[in-house]
Design a protein around this ligand. Structure first.
Ligand code: SF4
Length: 325
C-alpha cells in the first residue's frame, strides 16, 4: 500500500495548518456553529469543549465497516464532547455527559503510534472537529515519529468547507454521516436547522479531495470517501431525500455507502414520539432496496443480526486497553 499523503507533508505545511486552526479557534469557528468563543482562554461554546484535548477511549475497534476494521482493527480515538449532540446519540456518555479525561497532544501522539504498533489498519478520529488545533499537533508529532497508516475522519457530517480544506492531505479517508435529508428533524433532534445544506456541501468537498473509496488487495481502505446513513424510525432521517441527492450528485459507482439499521432510542430519544422506538426491519429493508436499485454498493447492515454490540459503554471500558477486545 502506498504511504498516506500526510507522510509527505512538509513541516511548513503542518505549521501553516496548525497556525490557521489556532487562529480560527481564538474566535471559534471550527464548526458551523461559529460560537466565536476563545478556546485558548478556556471559553466553551455549543460543543462544551475546553481548550486542549479531552478523550474518552482509544482502542482497536473491530466493529467498523469491513474495509476499516479488517483483521487488525481500526485504531479508534473517541473524543469527548460533540458539535451536534443528537438527542438519540448512541455515544451520549461522551457527547452529552462529557465522559473522558484531558490529554496532551504529546500523549495522544504516543497513543497513535501504539495503535499502529498493535497492527491497526488506520487511525480513526471520531468527532475530532472541536479539538482540531490539538489533534493536528498530535498528528504532526506522530508523523515525525513514524506514523504511516491512513487517517480516517469519522464525523457527523456537519462540517465547514474551510475546515475540510485545512485537512487536505492530512485526512486519507473521509467517513461522514449524512444524518438527515430534511432540516426539520435536524433542527428537532440535533439543533442544526441548516444541517442539510452544510452536510451536502461538506460531502461534495470531501469527495473532491479524496475521491471514491479505494482498497488494497486485502480489501482494506486506504483513501477516499465512505458515507454513513443511519436509518431513523418513521422516516425521520428522510432517507429518500438523502438518496435523491446522492443520485443526482454522484456516479453511484463512486460512492461507498454504509447504510445502518442499528438505531436504538437512547439518551433523550424517548421524549420524541417518532424516534422513541427501534427501526422496523421492513422500513429499513425498503430503503436498502432503493439504495441497491440505484446502484450504490457498500455495507448494508442486516437488522436481524444486530444486538447491543454497537453500543459501547464508555464508563466501564478501560481508558486505553489496546487489547483489541
Ligand atoms: S467547535 Fe465548539 S465552540 Fe467551536 S464553533 Fe463549534 S460548537 Fe462552537
Amino acid at each position: 500500500m502506498r504511504s498516506p499523503a500526510y507522510t509527505f507533508l512538509r513541516d511548513t505545511d503542518w505549521v501553516y495548518r496548525i497556525h490557521e486552526l489556532d487562529r480560527i479557534a481564538v474566535r471559534c469557528a471550527l464548526c458551523p456553529r461559529r460560537c466565536g468563543v476563545n478556546r485558548f482562554a478556556g471559553e466553551r461554546g455549543f460543543c462544551g469543549a475546553p481548550g486542549g484535548l479531552v478523550i474518552s477511549s482509544i482502542f482497536p475497534h473491530h466493529g467498523e465497516e469491513p474495509p476499516l476494521s479488517g483483521t487488525g482493527g481500526s485504531g479508534t480515538v473517541f473524543f469527548t464532547h460533540c458539535t451536534l449532540k443528537c438527542v438519540f446519540c448512541q455515544n451520549y456518555q461522551i457527547s452529552h455527559e462529557q465522559e473522558g479525561r484531558p490529554f496532551s497532544s504529546e500523549e495522544l501522539a504516543q497513543k497513535l503510534l501504539g495503535l499502529q504498533a498493535k497492527g491497526c489498519h488506520n487511525i480513526n478520529l471520531v468527532t475530532a472537529t472541536h479539538f482540531l488545533p490539538w489533534v493536528l499537533r498530535a498528528l504532526r508529532m506522530a508523523a515525525e515519529s513514524g506514523l504511516a497508516i491512513p487517517i480516517v475522519y469519522n464525523c457527523g457530517g456537519y462540517e465547514l468547507e474551510e475546515t475540510i480544506d485545512l485537512l487536505r492531505d492530512v485526512v486519507d479517508i473521509w467517513l461522514p454521516d449524512m444524518k438527515y435529508g430534511e432540516n426539520e428533524p435536524a433542527r428537532l433532534y440535533s439543533k442544526a436547522p441548516d444541517y442539510v445544506e452544510v452536510n451536502r456541501a461538506a460531502v461534495r468537498r470531501m469527495f473532491r479531495q479524496a475521491g471514491p473509496l479505494r482498497c488494497d488487495d486485502a480489501g482494506i481502505a486506504h483513501r477516499g470517501l465512505c458515507i454513513r446513513h443511519l436509518v431513523l424510525p418513521n422516516d425521520q432521517s428522510a432517507s429518500r431525500d438523502v438518496l435523491a441527492f446522492l443520485k443526482r450528485t454522484f456516479d453511484p459507482q463512486d460512492i461507498f455507502i454504509s447504510l445502518m439499521a442499528q438505531y436504538r432510542p437512547l439518551y433523550g430519544a424517548d421524549r420524541h414520539a417518532l424516534i422513541g422506538t427501534r427501526v422496523d426491519p421492513s422500513e429499513y429493508e425498503l430503503i436498502k432496496q432503493e439504495f441497491i436499485a440505484a446502484g450504490f454498493e457498500g455495507f448494508y447492515q442486516e437488522p436481524e443480526r444486530l444486538d447491543t454490540a454497537f453500543v459501547i459503554d464508555f464508563k466501564t471500558r478501560k481508558e486505553d486497553p489496546l487489547t483489541g477486545s
